[in-house]
Design a protein around this ligand. Sequence first.
Ligand SMILES: [Zn+2]
Length: 272
Amino acid sequence: MVFGLLVLLAGAGLRAPGGTAAGEEAQPGQQAQSIEEERQLGDSIFQGLKEKREILKSSPLYTILSPIAADIVRAAQPRYPLPIHVYLVHDSQPNAYAAPGGNVYVTDELLYFVRNRDELAGTLCHEVSHLIHHDSMAVVEQQMRILRRELGAAILLGPSAGNVLAIALLGKLHSLSYSRDVEARADLTGADVCAASGHNPWGLIWLFGAFENSNAQTMPEFLSDHPDNQRRIEALQEHFNENPQVMSRFSSDPNSAARLSVPADASEVFLR
Ligand SMILES: [Zn+2]
Protein backbone atom coordinates (compact mmCIF):
# COMPACT_ATOMS: atom_id res chain seq x y z
CA MET A 1 0.00 0.00 0.00
CA VAL A 2 2.94 2.30 0.60
CA PHE A 3 3.87 1.84 -3.03
CA GLY A 4 0.30 2.54 -4.10
CA LEU A 5 0.03 5.73 -2.10
CA LEU A 6 3.30 7.04 -3.50
CA VAL A 7 2.06 6.33 -6.97
CA LEU A 8 -1.15 8.17 -6.27
CA LEU A 9 0.65 11.19 -4.91
CA ALA A 10 3.04 11.27 -7.81
CA GLY A 11 0.39 10.46 -10.34
CA ALA A 12 -1.48 13.69 -9.85
CA GLY A 13 0.99 15.47 -12.10
CA LEU A 14 1.75 12.69 -14.52
CA ARG A 15 -0.03 11.48 -17.62
CA ALA A 16 1.09 8.44 -19.57
CA PRO A 17 1.26 8.13 -23.35
CA GLY A 18 -1.94 6.32 -24.14
CA GLY A 19 -3.57 8.16 -21.27
CA THR A 20 -5.90 9.76 -23.78
CA ALA A 21 -9.50 8.54 -23.53
CA ALA A 22 -10.64 5.93 -26.04
CA GLY A 23 -11.64 7.44 -29.37
CA GLU A 24 -9.92 10.73 -28.56
CA GLU A 25 -6.97 11.63 -30.75
CA ALA A 26 -3.89 12.75 -28.81
CA GLN A 27 -2.81 16.20 -29.98
CA PRO A 28 0.84 16.61 -31.04
CA GLY A 29 1.46 18.92 -28.06
CA GLN A 30 -0.04 16.39 -25.65
CA GLN A 31 2.03 13.61 -27.14
CA ALA A 32 5.21 15.65 -26.75
CA GLN A 33 4.30 16.29 -23.11
CA SER A 34 3.69 12.58 -22.51
CA ILE A 35 7.02 11.66 -24.07
CA GLU A 36 8.76 14.29 -21.94
CA GLU A 37 7.12 12.84 -18.82
CA GLU A 38 8.22 9.35 -19.80
CA ARG A 39 11.77 10.62 -20.33
CA GLN A 40 11.86 12.30 -16.90
CA LEU A 41 10.53 9.19 -15.20
CA GLY A 42 13.15 7.08 -17.00
CA ASP A 43 15.93 9.45 -15.91
CA SER A 44 14.79 9.28 -12.29
CA ILE A 45 14.73 5.47 -12.38
CA PHE A 46 18.23 5.47 -13.87
CA GLN A 47 19.49 7.79 -11.11
CA GLY A 48 17.86 5.58 -8.49
CA LEU A 49 19.48 2.40 -9.84
CA LYS A 50 22.80 4.22 -10.06
CA GLU A 51 22.58 5.32 -6.45
CA LYS A 52 21.81 1.75 -5.45
CA ARG A 53 25.03 0.71 -7.28
CA GLU A 54 23.18 -1.70 -9.52
CA ILE A 55 24.19 -0.44 -12.96
CA LEU A 56 27.41 -1.84 -14.37
CA LYS A 57 29.72 0.78 -15.82
CA SER A 58 32.22 -1.71 -17.15
CA SER A 59 32.34 -5.47 -17.36
CA PRO A 60 33.73 -7.97 -19.90
CA LEU A 61 30.08 -8.98 -20.33
CA TYR A 62 29.49 -5.76 -22.29
CA THR A 63 31.82 -7.19 -24.98
CA ILE A 64 29.16 -9.83 -25.58
CA LEU A 65 26.07 -7.73 -24.98
CA SER A 66 26.91 -4.46 -26.74
CA PRO A 67 27.25 -5.63 -30.39
CA ILE A 68 23.97 -7.59 -30.16
CA ALA A 69 22.24 -4.69 -28.42
CA ALA A 70 23.53 -2.27 -31.09
CA ASP A 71 21.96 -4.36 -33.88
CA ILE A 72 18.63 -4.45 -32.09
CA VAL A 73 18.61 -0.78 -31.13
CA ARG A 74 19.32 0.09 -34.78
CA ALA A 75 16.25 -1.92 -35.83
CA ALA A 76 13.96 -0.63 -33.06
CA GLN A 77 14.97 3.02 -32.73
CA PRO A 78 12.88 4.35 -35.67
CA ARG A 79 9.77 3.13 -33.82
CA TYR A 80 10.49 4.81 -30.46
CA PRO A 81 10.89 8.56 -29.88
CA LEU A 82 13.57 8.54 -27.14
CA PRO A 83 17.14 7.17 -27.40
CA ILE A 84 17.24 3.47 -26.49
CA HIS A 85 20.10 2.31 -24.23
CA VAL A 86 20.86 -1.17 -22.92
CA TYR A 87 22.56 -1.47 -19.52
CA LEU A 88 23.83 -4.39 -17.49
CA VAL A 89 22.66 -4.53 -13.89
CA HIS A 90 23.84 -6.87 -11.17
CA ASP A 91 21.32 -9.46 -10.03
CA SER A 92 21.44 -13.11 -9.04
CA GLN A 93 18.49 -14.01 -11.30
CA PRO A 94 18.41 -14.05 -15.11
CA ASN A 95 16.14 -11.20 -16.18
CA ALA A 96 15.70 -8.19 -18.45
CA TYR A 97 13.21 -5.35 -18.27
CA ALA A 98 12.37 -2.19 -20.14
CA ALA A 99 11.85 0.92 -18.04
CA PRO A 100 9.88 3.96 -19.19
CA GLY A 101 12.08 6.39 -21.11
CA GLY A 102 14.15 4.05 -23.28
CA ASN A 103 16.45 2.14 -20.93
CA VAL A 104 16.55 -1.64 -21.09
CA TYR A 105 18.20 -3.30 -18.08
CA VAL A 106 19.72 -6.75 -18.51
CA THR A 107 20.95 -8.70 -15.49
CA ASP A 108 24.47 -10.09 -15.61
CA GLU A 109 23.02 -13.48 -14.67
CA LEU A 110 21.01 -13.59 -17.92
CA LEU A 111 24.26 -13.71 -19.89
CA TYR A 112 25.25 -16.83 -17.95
CA PHE A 113 21.81 -18.37 -18.45
CA VAL A 114 21.33 -18.03 -22.21
CA ARG A 115 22.98 -20.69 -24.35
CA ASN A 116 23.50 -18.71 -27.53
CA ARG A 117 23.42 -15.24 -29.08
CA ASP A 118 19.90 -15.60 -30.42
CA GLU A 119 18.39 -16.35 -27.01
CA LEU A 120 19.98 -13.16 -25.69
CA ALA A 121 18.83 -11.26 -28.79
CA GLY A 122 15.29 -12.64 -28.43
CA THR A 123 15.07 -11.29 -24.88
CA LEU A 124 16.30 -7.86 -25.95
CA CYS A 125 13.88 -7.78 -28.90
CA HIS A 126 10.97 -8.60 -26.58
CA GLU A 127 12.00 -5.83 -24.17
CA VAL A 128 12.51 -3.10 -26.78
CA SER A 129 9.02 -3.99 -28.02
CA HIS A 130 7.65 -3.07 -24.58
CA LEU A 131 9.31 0.33 -25.16
CA ILE A 132 7.76 0.65 -28.63
CA HIS A 133 4.32 -0.07 -27.14
CA HIS A 134 4.93 2.16 -24.03
CA ASP A 135 3.84 -0.81 -21.90
CA SER A 136 5.57 0.14 -18.65
CA MET A 137 4.04 3.63 -18.77
CA ALA A 138 0.66 2.00 -19.32
CA VAL A 139 1.19 -0.07 -16.15
CA VAL A 140 1.93 3.11 -14.20
CA GLU A 141 -1.18 4.75 -15.56
CA GLN A 142 -3.28 1.70 -14.71
CA GLN A 143 -1.99 1.69 -11.11
CA MET A 144 -2.91 5.34 -10.80
CA ARG A 145 -6.44 4.78 -12.10
CA ILE A 146 -7.01 1.96 -9.61
CA LEU A 147 -5.81 4.05 -6.71
CA ARG A 148 -7.80 7.10 -7.69
CA ARG A 149 -10.87 4.91 -7.70
CA GLU A 150 -10.00 3.37 -4.34
CA LEU A 151 -9.21 6.60 -2.58
CA GLY A 152 -11.62 8.88 -4.35
CA ALA A 153 -9.41 11.81 -5.23
CA ALA A 154 -5.90 12.57 -6.38
CA ILE A 155 -3.68 14.63 -4.10
CA LEU A 156 -1.16 16.97 -5.63
CA LEU A 157 2.24 16.74 -4.04
CA GLY A 158 5.21 19.03 -4.50
CA PRO A 159 7.41 19.73 -7.50
CA SER A 160 9.29 16.41 -7.57
CA ALA A 161 6.30 14.17 -8.15
CA GLY A 162 8.15 12.32 -10.91
CA ASN A 163 11.02 11.49 -8.57
CA VAL A 164 8.66 10.13 -5.93
CA LEU A 165 7.05 7.95 -8.55
CA ALA A 166 10.42 6.76 -9.84
CA ILE A 167 11.50 5.72 -6.35
CA ALA A 168 8.27 3.81 -5.94
CA LEU A 169 8.78 2.14 -9.32
CA LEU A 170 12.33 1.06 -8.53
CA GLY A 171 11.14 -1.58 -6.15
CA LYS A 172 8.58 -2.71 -8.68
CA LEU A 173 10.80 -3.02 -11.76
CA HIS A 174 12.06 -6.52 -11.09
CA SER A 175 8.54 -7.81 -10.80
CA LEU A 176 6.91 -5.93 -13.67
CA SER A 177 4.09 -8.10 -14.85
CA TYR A 178 2.00 -7.70 -17.98
CA SER A 179 -1.14 -9.39 -19.22
CA ARG A 180 -0.85 -12.23 -21.70
CA ASP A 181 -2.11 -10.00 -24.53
CA VAL A 182 0.57 -7.40 -23.83
CA GLU A 183 3.23 -10.12 -23.64
CA ALA A 184 2.07 -11.79 -26.85
CA ARG A 185 2.11 -8.44 -28.66
CA ALA A 186 5.69 -7.79 -27.46
CA ASP A 187 6.64 -11.29 -28.72
CA LEU A 188 5.37 -10.61 -32.24
CA THR A 189 6.83 -7.10 -32.51
CA GLY A 190 10.00 -8.55 -30.99
CA ALA A 191 10.17 -11.25 -33.67
CA ASP A 192 9.95 -8.55 -36.36
CA VAL A 193 12.62 -6.43 -34.65
CA CYS A 194 14.90 -9.48 -34.30
CA ALA A 195 14.47 -10.43 -37.95
CA ALA A 196 15.17 -6.85 -39.03
CA SER A 197 18.32 -6.82 -36.87
CA GLY A 198 19.59 -10.06 -38.44
CA HIS A 199 19.12 -12.15 -35.29
CA ASN A 200 17.10 -15.36 -35.24
CA PRO A 201 13.56 -14.77 -33.88
CA TRP A 202 13.46 -18.42 -32.80
CA GLY A 203 15.81 -17.46 -29.96
CA LEU A 204 12.93 -16.35 -27.76
CA ILE A 205 11.10 -19.65 -28.28
CA TRP A 206 14.23 -21.62 -27.34
CA LEU A 207 14.51 -19.54 -24.19
CA PHE A 208 10.93 -20.39 -23.16
CA GLY A 209 12.03 -24.03 -23.20
CA ALA A 210 15.24 -23.33 -21.31
CA PHE A 211 13.30 -21.72 -18.44
CA GLU A 212 10.76 -24.54 -18.39
CA ASN A 213 13.61 -26.94 -17.72
CA SER A 214 15.53 -24.73 -15.31
CA ASN A 215 15.37 -24.31 -11.57
CA ALA A 216 15.47 -20.50 -11.76
CA GLN A 217 13.96 -19.16 -8.54
CA THR A 218 12.03 -16.35 -10.19
CA MET A 219 10.66 -16.10 -13.68
CA PRO A 220 12.06 -13.26 -15.80
CA GLU A 221 9.84 -10.41 -16.98
CA PHE A 222 9.17 -11.95 -20.38
CA LEU A 223 7.74 -15.05 -18.69
CA SER A 224 5.76 -13.16 -16.08
CA ASP A 225 2.50 -14.66 -17.33
CA HIS A 226 3.92 -18.14 -16.77
CA PRO A 227 2.83 -21.01 -16.86
CA ASP A 228 0.92 -20.83 -20.15
CA ASN A 229 3.86 -20.33 -22.51
CA GLN A 230 2.57 -22.78 -25.07
CA ARG A 231 0.03 -20.36 -26.48
CA ARG A 232 2.68 -17.66 -26.92
CA ILE A 233 4.97 -20.15 -28.67
CA GLU A 234 2.14 -21.12 -31.01
CA ALA A 235 1.35 -17.46 -31.76
CA LEU A 236 5.00 -16.87 -32.64
CA GLN A 237 5.12 -19.92 -34.89
CA GLU A 238 1.93 -18.75 -36.61
CA HIS A 239 3.53 -15.33 -37.12
CA PHE A 240 6.59 -17.02 -38.68
CA ASN A 241 4.35 -19.05 -41.01
CA GLU A 242 2.42 -15.95 -42.06
CA ASN A 243 5.61 -14.06 -42.97
CA PRO A 244 7.64 -16.62 -44.92
CA GLN A 245 9.62 -14.04 -46.92
CA VAL A 246 11.18 -12.69 -43.74
CA MET A 247 11.08 -15.64 -41.38
CA SER A 248 11.95 -18.63 -43.56
CA ARG A 249 15.61 -17.61 -43.67
CA PHE A 250 15.94 -18.45 -39.97
CA SER A 251 16.47 -21.97 -38.68
CA SER A 252 14.31 -23.43 -35.93
CA ASP A 253 17.22 -25.61 -34.81
CA PRO A 254 18.98 -24.26 -31.71
CA ASN A 255 22.12 -26.16 -32.74
CA SER A 256 22.43 -23.74 -35.68
CA ALA A 257 22.94 -20.79 -33.29
CA ALA A 258 26.29 -19.30 -32.34
CA ARG A 259 27.19 -20.32 -28.79
CA LEU A 260 28.03 -17.65 -26.26
CA SER A 261 31.39 -17.74 -24.61
CA VAL A 262 31.02 -15.88 -21.33
CA PRO A 263 33.97 -15.27 -19.01
CA ALA A 264 33.37 -17.39 -15.91
CA ASP A 265 34.26 -14.71 -13.39
CA ALA A 266 33.73 -11.33 -14.99
CA SER A 267 34.99 -8.43 -12.88
CA GLU A 268 32.39 -5.70 -12.67
CA VAL A 269 32.66 -1.97 -12.01
CA PHE A 270 29.53 -0.12 -10.97
CA LEU A 271 28.37 3.26 -12.18
CA ARG A 272 28.51 5.77 -9.37
ZN1 LIG B 1 7.31 -8.85 -21.49
